[in-house]
Ligand binder design. Structure first.
Ligand SMILES: [Cu+2]
Length: 743
């Protein structure tokens, strides 16, 4: 396929306002399906064909069968329920996960180890690099089970409302109609790590490897919970520690899983895998150290569904390496090293907790209203026969609703932090380290710290309806009152801190900040009882992209409080606020000749352009083929390098957004990169204004519409299969992923 034909983006015009019942968006979808059919006939390449054929998505003549308008309409209905209104927001306390405790090695049977076949229960894989080979101690062992469990998003009463914000009827667990009025929310069924959402927090340290035995127990369902119609249908599980520097057998990615280890979409029920996290930076280079990982499910085609169903855990990583005479650089002890906020408590088993260092996992959810029809391609493929879709599920009223909608992506209308809708955090009057993670399927946030005299009002009570109800509450009179001092991005500590009025958080991105709760940005002191809201000001009615944000036209009415912060008592504080002069973590060097490497870069273009059916998204014209590495588009040197770099090499990769008003958050497994060019401009010294932390290392490439980014990255220490993909998980699950390999 020529590059130009790929770029001929589906001719979607400006997004029409949502009509009743989502008619306008279905019309858009038809346009997409027609464009897709044209694409498929021009450009279906050979490489993805066997894989697609197995899924029944290939017709006899080589074009995809599922590209007709009619079939497109049968595949999915883009209609979403309106979640019931949480009547008493900010009455639940923000849960702060504490450290998972290790297990003695003797408790793992059979024992983990470096021997042949010891890496998983199939006996067909071996750890590529056991810690002793790099002079590291034996790992600390953890045990995590994939489990069916339940989750409560709120203890508040809820009021069922319709899409106009008016009180409406609901249903009980038997599907019987219940008259309008306040109710208690039923528990949602989750797939989880060790039974909770979010799952465990592992506090890790550089120099101390961790081995996690993940065992798939998703077959066990002692409470007889209804699994509904999303989540991996065969209960396979595959866990990826995003973005650890790990060997493929411990990376949990679908390229690996299809060609090695389980040789299927994931580990089946009853199987286990020992994932070894060396906690060792690429090349042993301290400048490559990171600070905040998370782990999540990565089963092919169902990553979004499984993450949304609860497969999320967090993994802050600390650095005890001495910083001159100042003590450990970043070890969770504010008396040492960089003196970032954190008071550390060591436990006898080797684990530790850190106070004043708080992970904030953002996640948006939508709850079933019992009147929205369920139907998507996974139903038409027969993956959820028990659901007997298309139909409504009144018996699931108030439980998580999900749709594998491949086009815009899935966004929720209730915003949660650490698994709770609209929680409250009481802080001491001192500095904190806040670690943000966007664990949402597709939603991007822009966050501010704001004060409000009048407090939250429900969007429904303010007269909003439809997509304007997303977020449920607003603080119309709110004003920014504090700034953030950013210290880290998804690639770890920044070279120097950045002062931010607000910041964007894209799916899978992490951003870390120091916030001083003793005073406001105007210098005046806080007092006990003061209230500050962490507020989302980015309006994103669909997963396609935001409609309003600071960079693209703020909607001054859209101020959604997601976390209420209440100032409490004074407390000792030995931390030091980093200043613009503080050197946090030097960047690894770029070669002086990096510009001479530009001509022979590898080029990957992420595209809207359906190959048919659920295959809505392509890279270089290809849907994800889990068994073959992708080839670059033709670069200026006239080459099309295969995405198979040699071990310990470095290269330039271009990731470009092939058009349309979609944004993509593209994640490359295995090593961080540095952005060197954005939209043709060198950003190594002065970053693009819209992407200020391009000056840091990152593991995600944030692509605005039409943007192209060139990154420099290494491929060190391991060999084998990895992936790169969009972290809008609807895009990823609908083929916007490619296989690459270190040889
Ligand atoms: Cu995307």
């Amino acid at each position: 396929m020529s590059e130009k034909s790929v770029r001929s983006e589906t001719p979607v015009t400006a997004e029409a306002p949502a009509a009743e019942g989502g008619v306008s968006r279905r019309a858009l979808l038809r346009v997409g399906a027609v464009g897709g059919a044209g694409m498929a006939l021009v450009g279906v390449p050979g490489v993805g064909v066997p894989f697609l054929a197995r899924r029944g998505l290939l017709s006899a003549d080589g074009a995809f069968a599922a590209t007709s308008m009619a079939l497109g309409d049968q595949l999915y209905i883009e209609a979403f329920p309106t979640s019931p209104l949480i009547v008493s927001p900010f009455s639940d306390v923000l849960p702060i996960p504490t450290a998972l405790r290790p297990v003695p090695p003797s408790s793992l049977r059979p024992a983990p180890g470096p021997g042949i076949g010891q890496q998983n229960s199939l006996g067909n894989e071996t750890h590529q690099l056991w810690p002793s080979r790099i002079g590291y101690p034996d790992p600390i062992f953890y045990e995590i089970n994939d489990e069916v469990s339940t989750h409560s998003f709120t203890t508040s009463q809820v009021l069922p409302i319709d899409r106009n914000g008016r009180a409406t009827f609901s249903f009980d667990a038997a599907g019987r109609r219940v008259a309008a009025g306040k109710r208690t929310l039923p528990l949602s069924t989750i797939y989880s790590f060790n039974g909770t959402f979010p799952g465990p927090r592992i506090n890790a340290e550089y120099g101390k490897p961790v081995l996690v035995r993940f065992t798939n127990r998703l077959d066990q369902n002692p409470l007889g919970l209804d699994r509904q119609d999303f989540g991996t249908p065969d209960w396979a599980a595959l866990t990826h520690l995003h973005n650890a520097h790990t060997a493929p057998e411990s990376d949990g990615n679908p390229h690996y899983s299809m060609v090695a280890g389980p040789r299927s979409q994931g580990f089946e029920v009853g199987q286990w895998v020992d994932q070894l996290y060396l906690n060792w930076p690429p090349g042993g280079d301290d400048r490559e150290k990171q600070s905040f990982f998370w782990f999540h499910d990565h089963v092919m085609d169902h990553t979004g569904a499984n993450v949304y169903k609860g497969k999320v855990g967090i993994y802050p990583i600390y650095d005890p390496k001495p910083l001159g005479s100042l003590g450990g650089t970043d070890m969770g002890d504010e008396r040492q090293g960089l003196r970032l906020p954190g008071v550390r408590t060591d436990h006898p088993d080797g684990s530790f907790d850190v106070d004043y260092d708080i992970p904030l996992v953002l996640f948006d959810v939508r709850l079933d209203d019992g009147v929205t029809t369920h139907l998507d391609i996974h139903d038409t493929l027969g993956q959820f026969p028990e659901a007997r879709n298309p139909r409504t599920h009144p018996e699931w009223w108030g439980k998580t609703f999900y749709k594998h909608f491949p086009n815009h992506g899935f966004v929720g209308d209730i915003f949660t932090v650490n698994g709770v809708a609209y929680p409250t955090l009481e802080v001491k009057r001192r500095k904190y380290r806040l670690r943000f993670l966007d664990a949402s399927v597709a939603r991007i946030y822009e966050l501010k710290l704001m004060a409000s005299t009048q407090g939250p009002k429900s969007a429904a009570s303010l007269g909003y309806g439809g997509e304007e109800l997303e977020g449920q509450y607003r603080i119309p009179d709110a004003q920014q009152c504090m700034r953030f001092t950013q210290i880290a991005s998804d690639g770890g500590l920044l070279p120097f801190p950045l002062t931010r009025d607000s910041f964007e958080l894209w799916p899978a991105k992490r951003r870390e900040f120091v916030v001083d709760f003793t005073r406001y940005q105007d210098g005046s002191p806080t007092t006990k009882g003061d209230v500050i809201y962490l507020t989302n000001v980015m309006k994103m009615p669909t997963g396609r992209m935001w409609s309003n944000s600071t960079r693209f036209g703020i909607d001054p009415q859209y101020k959604i409080p997601v976390l209420k912060i209440v100032i409490g008592d004074d407390a000792p504080d030995n931390s030091v606020m980093p200043t613009p002069q503080t050197r946090l973590r030097d960047l690894p060097p770029l070669p002086s000749n990096w510009q001479s490497m530009l001509a022979d870069r590898s080029i990957f273009e992420v595209q809207r352009g359906s190959a048919g059916g659920e295959i809505e998204w392509l890279i270089n014209g290809e849907p994800f083929d889990p068994e073959h590495v992708l080839r670059s588009l033709k670069n200026p040197a006239g080459n099309q390098p295969l995405a198979a770099p040699k071990k310990n090499s470095f290269s330039l990769w271009e990731i470009s957004n092939g058009g349309g008003c979609w944004v993509h958050s593209t994640h490359l497994h295995q090593e961080e990169h540095r952005t060197v060019m954005r939209n043709g401009k060198d950003v190594t010294k002065v970053p693009d204004r819209g992407h200020p932390d391009d000056v840091s290392r990152e593991d995600l490439v944030a692509l605005d519409p039409g943007e192209e980014v060139i990154i420099y990255r290494g491929f060190r220490d391991f060999v084998g299969p990895y992936v790169a993909h969009c972290h809008n998980l609807n895009h990823e699950d609908h083929a916007m992923m490619f296989a690459w390999s270190i040889t």
